[in-house]
Write a protein that binds this ligand. Structure first.
Ligand code: PMP
Ligand code: GLN
Length: 395
């Protein structure tokens, strides 16, 4: 297990920690290498947690999660057209914990799980920890990293047990549309597969709509929906997420939670419940801020021929194609940090198909993002000129 959970995923953040260390040492660094909202958690949520603590919520919690919170989560999915109740939900310490637990309950050694690549960096370790194999289904930068269900279909073997999808997507910001979900659902039904859907960015949509795949015919019984308040409510540090699925799976997850987690802190669950029942006004203003930031980066990069941004319809990240510079993406990210004090992640951290791209997080205010984007362009143009100097023209 120790070997299976070490590796590329863990190494992906090296540049981020280097950037933080330099920032801590007093350097002016623009950190665009992590998807952690720069917003504070909305005040009503903090006040609700404090009131709950003051009210004595200091004891062991319900292992599956407080009924009122599970009901509030289920109600949210009911509004999106899914028949779900509190027995379909377990509260977890963030989507990450939910993903790990769900993988443990669903997968056996030798199973194959299809995952579009590039993908979020922890997926590999989460899946491999169970002894299952992650089968990468490459997405193409030329197609803006949009998922083609035919590529998924072609990767199915008798050992395929599940498809793990993330929409809106980290790192590309792509959104799976309704027709694509229908095609994926048909594959799952035809080949008797689980669909694990990581929806942590579902509330951050700029254009288009998020469809919860469990609402499609025959999918509620084979879908595992994983989400959290981390991004939507700027609550990454609170560690509050959930898994929604068939009751039998939730029962297994509760057994696992009993020996692994013993529930999430009661006062955090109370605050989460209030946040879901009375959504704070800040949620839509945060979403609008991400949209304005996305637009600011796209505008700043639009004029350059050294880089090309892929405009994301959702999420909190943006992929920039830097192949025209002639430099590999990790080397470019290193130079960008050294020369401009801007940290981004190399696309390769998310999979080989994103080599030649870097991921920017939309986690600083628009004016600073514009300035950072213009400096990224300057760096890219400098690198390109160095690596392929144009021959001096005769006078
Ligand atoms: N899935 C994806 C795609 C993510 O980007 C992240 C990290 N933000 C997670 C899961 C884990 O989120 P959480 O903070 O809820 O554990
Ligand atoms: N999901 C976030 C990202 O992709 C960060 C989570 C983390 O720091 N592990 O940047």
């Amino acid at each position: 297990l120790t070997d299976r959970i070490a590796g590329e995923g863990a190494a992906a953040w090296d540049i981020h920690y280097r950037a933080l260390a330099r920032q801590a040492a007093g350097e002016e660094i623009t950190v665009l290498s992590v998807g952690d909202p720069d917003f504070d958690t909305p005040t009503p949520i903090i006040e609700s947690a404090v009131a709950s603590l003051r009210g004595g919520a200091t004891h062991y919690p319900d292992v599956q999660g407080k009924l009122a919170l599970r009901q509030a989560i289920a109600d949210d999915y009911q509004r999106r057209g899914l028949k779900a109740g509190p027995d379909n939900v377990i509260v977890m310490a963030g989507a990450q914990c939910g993903l790990y637990a769900a993988a443990q309950c669903l997968l056996d050694p030798g199973d194959e799980v299809l995952v579009p690549e590039p993908s979020y960096v922890t997926y590999e370790a989460v899946l491999r920890a169970t002894g299952a194999e992650l089968v990468q289904v490459p997405l193409s930068g030329e197609a803006d990293f949009r998922l083609d269900p035919a590529a998924l279909a072609a990767a199915i073997t008798p050992r395929t047990r599940a498809i793990l999808l993330n929409s809106p997507h980290n790192p590309t910001g792509q959104l799976i549309d309704g027709d694509t979900w229908e095609a994926i659902a048909a594959l799952c039904r035809q080949h008797d597969l689980w669909l694990i859907a990581d929806e942590v960015y579902a509330e951050l949509i700029f254009e288009g709509e998020h469809l919860c795949p469990a609402t499609l015919p025959g999918m509620a019984e084979r879908s595992v929906i994983i989400s959290s308040l981390s991004k939507s409510h700027a609550m990454t540090g609170w560690r509050l997420g959930w898994v929604l699925g068939p009751e039998a799976l939730i029962e297994h997850l509760t057994h696992l939670a009993l020996c692994m987690l013993y529930g999430c802190p009661d006062f955090i669950q109370d605050a989460a419940c209030d946040a879901l029942q009375t959504p704070p006004a800040e949620l839509s203003s945060m979403r609008e801020a991400y949209r304005a930031r996305r637009d600011a980066v796209c505008e700043a990069l639009a004029e350059s021929t050294a880089v090309t941004a892929i405009r994301p319809p959702a999420g909190m990240f943006l992929m920039v194609d830097i192949r025209a510079t002639g430099l590999a993406s990790q080397a470019f990210a290193d130079r960008l940090l050294d020369e401009e004090g801007i940290s981004v992640l190399s696309g390769e951290a998310f999979g080989p198909s994103a080599a030649g791209f870097v991921r920017l997080s939309l986690t600083v205010e628009a004016a600073r993002l514009t300035a950072a984007s213009l400096r990224l362009v300057a760096c890219a143009e400098r690198v390109r000129a160095e690596l392929s100097p144009t021959p001096a023209t005769e006078a």
